[in-house]
Write a protein that binds this ligand. Structure first.
Ligand SMILES: NC(=O)C1=CN([C@@H]2O[C@H](COP(=O)(O)OP(=O)(O)OC[C@H]3O[C@@H](n4cnc5c(N)ncnc54)[C@H](OP(=O)(O)O)[C@@H]3O)[C@@H](O)[C@H]2O)[C@@H](O)CC1
Ligand SMILES: Nc1ncnc2c1ncn2[C@@H]1O[C@H](COP(=O)(O)OP(=O)(O)O)[C@@H](O)[C@H]1O
Ligand SMILES: [K+]
Length: 507
């Protein structure tokens, strides 16, 4: 699914109005009805609804919702931000409709002294500013926002918490942004909602469809996407009835060292569960019996060194290589990694210590084979790409690096972002905080490697791998709880994740 900037959303709004066709006021009524229904399903008439309406269409939405809720028996009060200019267009029509209805108290805020007294049980609805915000809030609107944030009441934001920009908030004023309990956003998630630092403003959020025109959506270009299940399903290869294990490739995993053999075990199991035909796990000598016992399905290649990786096997049998979890950064390991960089001809995924070694030898980055997959967490990414002030800036760094090096960068987090060499960026929404646990990154490396080995194009392997990893984590959390989730659970539930994708041929 495409993600749009707030400017682009306004274009799709306009396209819908012209081509559906639907009048501006009817589209607003439709949006408002979605919000009204959502609120009515979760609250009762005992809660008074207190609306803060701004001068634009976001305020117009608030006015329409207040009227619709009043029709359903809710008590309501509207506080209109009044800069001394008359309302125009649909907001003006909605103000008039409220006056005619006569069920909602109507007030104006011309100075902060007009800010209302509220009861803690009142629900505050924030319709001050939405996607038309053009600069950080200051003056009267900022004072209203600070007052709202100082109250104990639940705040529901319409479309966007007022004061928050849809994309880049680098120059914004944090205390002048509404801290919502819940945000009801129209048709598309806004890009800034996907950044961890903005959760304090959005609270939980939900997308409410308002029927924007599919053609308008299709013809508005975007390089940003939210990974969706249907697309992922189409990327998972179906297995022929006549398949044999040679059909699904042979993965080489280089992981583990003394004290970190768990990384090898976790990644190996995940790789096998992702469907590789064959797996060879390359481990230091001391790891031999560990891996043979823990993962009998894997073949083992034994390093001449007792406790670290120093030499990789003949690469000719392998269809994909994964390297990094738990290998450490000792000098022999660094040398072997560099040699691998020069020799490898098949798709490859770099994780953890492999990335740390690359960070210390940045000139090697230019040698990365085209379409290599790098899977840093934010700390590893910082070491690779340098500091950034916020997520927006970090994803610009990520996109630029992916373009320059012609590689795929999977930046892990709550909404993992996947940057492609052509500038596209995918946000993944599966996964949960239970996955913030030791070794869950190792399972992701294993899954991506398993998919690469089966000849999924690297861009697909990255997207499918990240989506399935998160989905398996979500399914595991339902059975095991978010708190008790451990990395092996993710692998254990990978099968259920595949089943949910309904992609394996039931021939
Ligand atoms: N279009 C549609 O069909 C649909 C739209 N919908 C709804 O409309 C919302 C977008 O509406 P919108 O474009 O009118 O913008 P909105 O956020 O209300 O504010 C703009 C006003 O604020 C002003 N302003 C801006 N920044 C400011 C600041 N820092 N401080 C002070 N003033 C500031 C700005 O003035 P200016 O920048 O010109 O000075 C202008 O007057 C969207 O979020 C959704 O809720 C839905 O109903 C579905 C259909
Ligand atoms: N709050 C969260 N929501 C969704 N996914 C998460 C969350 N926290 C962590 N994850 C996922 O868990 C994995 C953690 O990887 P990583 O930090 O490398 O862990 P480790 O180094 O312990 O293996 C990543 O895939 C990340 O996207
Ligand atoms: K708002």
């Amino acid at each position: 699914m495409k993600l749009f900037s707030t400017k682009q959303i306004a274009e799709v709004d306009r396209f819908t109005i012209e081509n559906e066709p639907v009048t501006d006021i009817d589209l607003m009524e439709r949006a408002a009805m979605q919000i009204t229904t959502w609120i009515d399903q979760r609250f009762s008439e005992e809660n008074k609804m207190v609306f803060f309406a701004g001068p634009g269409n976001n305020g117009g939405d608030a006015l329409a919702v207040s009227r619709q809720l009043a029709e359903r028996g809710y008590r309501g009060a509207v506080y209109l931000l009044d800069f001394g200019k008359p309302l125009k267009g649909s907001p003006a029509i909605n103000w008039k409709r409220l006056e005619e209805q006569g069920k909602v108290e109507l007030h104006r805020i011309q100075s902060i002294d007009d800010f209302p007294e509220t009861n803690p049980s009142d629900i505050l609805i924030d319709g001050l500013f939405g996607s038309g915000l053009s600069r950080p809030l200051e003056g009267l609107p900022a004072s209203i926002v600070r007052k709202i944030n100082g109250l104990p009441n639940k705040v529901i934001a319409i479309d966007i918490p007022s004061g928050l920009m849809g994309e880049d908030n680098s120059g914004n004023i944090p205390e002048n942004i509404v801290n919502a309990y819940f945000t009801l956003t129209l048709q598309f998630p806004k890009i800034s909602f996907l950044f961890s630092e903005n959760e304090r403003y959005t609270g939980s959020w939900e997308v409410l469809p308002i029927g924007l025109h599919p053609e308008g959506i299709a013809q508005t270009p975007s390089k940003l996407f939210l990974v969706d299940k249907k697309e992922v399903t189409g990327m998972i290869p179906r297995r022929s009835r006549f398949a044999h294990k040679g059909t699904f490739g042979h993965a080489l995993l280089i992981a583990g060292s003394y004290g970190k053999m768990g990384a090898s075990v976790l990644a190996s199991k995940a790789c096998l569960r992702a469907g590789t035909g064959l797996l060879t796990s390359h481990v230091p000598r001391m790891g031999y019996s560990i891996i043979q016992t823990a993962v009998p399905e894997a073949m083992t290649s034994v390093d001449p060194h007792d406790s670290i990786f120093t030499e990789f096997p003949d690469l000719s049998p392998f269809t994909a290589v994964g390297i990094g979890p738990g290998i450490g950064v000792k000098s022999n390991t660094r040398k072997a990694l560099h040699e691998l960089l020069e020799k490898v001809q098949v798709p490859i995924v770099f994780d953890a210590d492999a990335l740390n070694i690359l960070s210390e030898n940045k000139e090697w980055l230019k040698q990365l084979p085209e379409n290599s997959i790098l899977t840093p967490h934010p700390g590893e990414f910082r070491r690779l790409a340098g500091e950034s002030v916020n997520t927006w800036e970090r994803i610009q760094q990520q996109r630029q690096m992916a373009r320059e090096l012609k590689v795929i960068i999977v930046l892990k987090g709550a909404f993992t972002t996947i940057a492609m060499p052509d500038g596209k960026l995918f946000f993944n929404a599966t996964g949960n905080p239970g996955m913030a646990t030791a070794g869950s990154g190792d399972t992701l490396t294993g899954i991506i490697l398993g998919l690469l080995a089966q000849s999924l194009p690297p861009q697909h392997a990255a997207v499918v791998g990240v989506f399935l990893h998160g989905l398996a984590g979500d399914l595991a959390a339902r059975k095991k709880s978010i708190n008790a989730l451990i990395a092996s659970d993710i692998t254990e539930f990978l099968g259920e994740a595949f089943l949910e994708m309904e992609s394996v041929s039931a021939f």
